[in-house]
Design a protein. Structure first.
Lengths: 337, 200
């Protein structure tokens, strides 16, 4: 029997532009441009840009290591527009919760400037067949990078749309072969108060730890990101290596990871340990389950303006219910929030 | 101190107190461009807290320095504080909630720390209205008692801020410490005055 698995993050065959048409697009555009020359001379470059890129690529830092620059260049690019407009790079990299670099939204951009991410090592251990310390290059090498445009919903009821660059966590997990005992994956952020000034205060119980159930970690939507907006991750967004779980509140998508551990027991995660009545282990985006101190039924899509807070309804599983709801089929989502 | 004039005018204080309104323009802080609602709510709340501290610091300063001019500034500072608390309320209701009455009711129901803030503003309202010299004369002894409500406002303000916070007391402890110090000074003075009256 053929079991057809549809992956909504992949384009449908009907949406893929045939190669011939693709190669002809410049000529076609040129013709359009010539036709419209007398009327709107500025139309040509604009039309070309929107026809090929759903987001504006941001310039990268000058000292990106060669292996990363090459992987980024060879990434599978998003060619389809996302149904919602992509949050500008300046906003996504200027408004961050990353307490390792301070507690205000603008602190990470300010205090993470110059954060050194080379060399970067990630320890993979626990219940797996290939525990080792990997360099970032080792981790990236076997995987092709791809653009993934995802909604990002913070537990504080604001949201963005971000074009990440990464590869499925599942690919990494298959490579390191978890044992039959592995049921959870635990992630740890770098702990280095010298480089992360926010860690000199005990605002959180350092190091930051997050975790997923193994089936969540293996889900094709779960991404390990090394870039965004077509460039390498800026430090305030979790350089050089972070998790992205688009159907969960943002605090689950742990940044600047130095350790991935496979466990039998559910990991003790940072926010859950801080306030277990406010931040659950699952933390799936759910408009029907409020945070004890505020409503989760809607969200402000950033950037907002002085005249409009830009509210929009929050979607179950952040709009990815069709892909992930089955992971939680037998569960009471009010209890396991 | 003898060369000091009896009082100094209040308007320079008022002008200084209005400077924080220009803060987003002066600093070009990105938060005001990316998420103006949140930035203005936080900014006005913070400025109001520090103005509350300044207001409450005036009578201790007068006692300690012997200069009466401090008390004259207390009125200006108190009114500025009320102005920023009002802006704080408007920023929350308007910029953040878009003056959506239905959502405001829902949100207030779910966020108990909003009741605390609203109560504090309601308590400040009669104080602001009776801040004129004429009201002070008309109310006499009762004016003083009425204006002691500012101590309740202080407690509400600290509680409101601490409860609204995502983690612990980060960002709250410093103003809270200043305010406790100012309240403790008053309790200590009251106690020592009582003791003096008894021994006499």
């Amino acid at each position: 029997m053929l079991i057809r698995h549809t992956d909504s993050s992949q384009p449908k065959p009907s949406e893929i532009t045939p190669e011939g048409v693709y190669h002809e697009r410049r000529r076609w555009l040129r013709q359009c441009g010539v036709a419209g020359l007398g009327l709107v001379p500025g139309m040509l470059p604009a039309a070309e840009a929107t026809a090929t890129a759903p987001y504006a690529a941001a310039p990268d830092r000058a000292d990106v290591p060669a292996f990363l620059a090459q992987s980024l260049r060879q990434r599978q690019r998003a060619t389809r527009m996302f149904s919602e407009s992509v949050t500008p790079y300046a906003v996504a990299s200027g408004y961050n919760n990353f307490y390792e670099f301070g507690m205000n939204k603008s602190d990470p951009a300010e205090y993470a400037r110059g954060f050194r991410v080379e060399p970067w090592r990630v320890r993979v251990d626990g219940e797996c067949a290939a525990p080792a310390d990997y360099t970032l290059e080792d981790l990236l090498k076997p995987h092709a990078l791809q653009d993934r445009i995802y909604r990002f919903r913070c537990v504080e009821a604001w949201s963005m749309v971000i074009p990440w660059v990464g590869f499925p966590l599942a690919d990494l997990i298959r490579r390191v072969r978890p044992t039959s005992k592995a049921r959870y994956v635990e992630f740890t952020t770098l702990h280095d108060p010298e480089r992360m000034p926010g860690q000199r205060q005990d605002s959180l119980d350092w190091p930051y730890v997050e975790g997923l159930r193994l089936d969540e970690a293996l889900h094709p939507l779960t991404l390990m990101a090394v870039g965004m907006h077509g460039r390498s991750l800026p430090p305030q967004n979790g350089a050089p290596f972070r998790l992205i779980v688009p159907w969960k509140y943002g605090f689950k998508s742990i940044k600047s990871i130095v350790r991935i551990r496979f466990t039998e027991q559910q990991p003790g995660t940072t926010w859950n340990r801080m306030a277990s009545d406010e931040y659950g282990f699952y933390a799936n985006v759910n408009p029907a389950v409020d945070h004890p101190r505020w409503s989760q039924a809607r969200e402000r899509r950033l950037p907002t303006t002085f005249f409009s807070p830009n509210w929009r309804p929050t979607l179950p599983f952040n709009g990815y219910a069709r892909d992930v709801a089955s992971l939680y089929r037998q569960m009471d989502l009010r209890r396991y929030f | 101190m003898s060369r000091m004039p009896a009082t100094l005018p209040g308007w320079p204080v008022a002008l200084l107190g209005l400077l924080p309104l220009g803060w987003p323009v002066l600093t070009g802080a990105p938060a005001f461009q990316i998420d103006p609602a949140r930035a203005w709510v936080h900014h006005t709340g913070e400025v109001a807290t520090w103005l509350l501290i300044a207001t409450l610091a005036m009578s201790p300063l007068q006692r300690l320095t012997g200069w009466a001019g401090w008390i004259r500034w207390r009125r200006v500072l108190g009114l500025l504080m009320f102005f920023y608390v009002t802006l704080h309320l408007l920023a929350f209701a308007g910029l953040w909630q878009g003056f959506d009455l239905e959502q405001l009711t829902v949100e207030t129901g779910k966020r108990p720390y909003l009741w605390l803030g609203l109560t504090a503003w309601l308590l400040l309202l009669p104080l602001a209205l009776t801040s004129t010299r004429a009201a002070q004369r008309r109310l006499g002894v009762r004016w003083k008692r009425l204006h002691q409500a500012v101590y309740a406002v202080t407690l509400l303000a600290v509680w409101h801020q601490a409860w609204a916070n995502k983690v612990g007391l980060a960002g709250v402890w410093l103003p809270a410490l200043c305010l406790s110090f100012l309240l403790a000074w008053r309790l200590w003075r009251r106690a020592s005055r009582k003791k003096a009256a008894v021994t006499r």
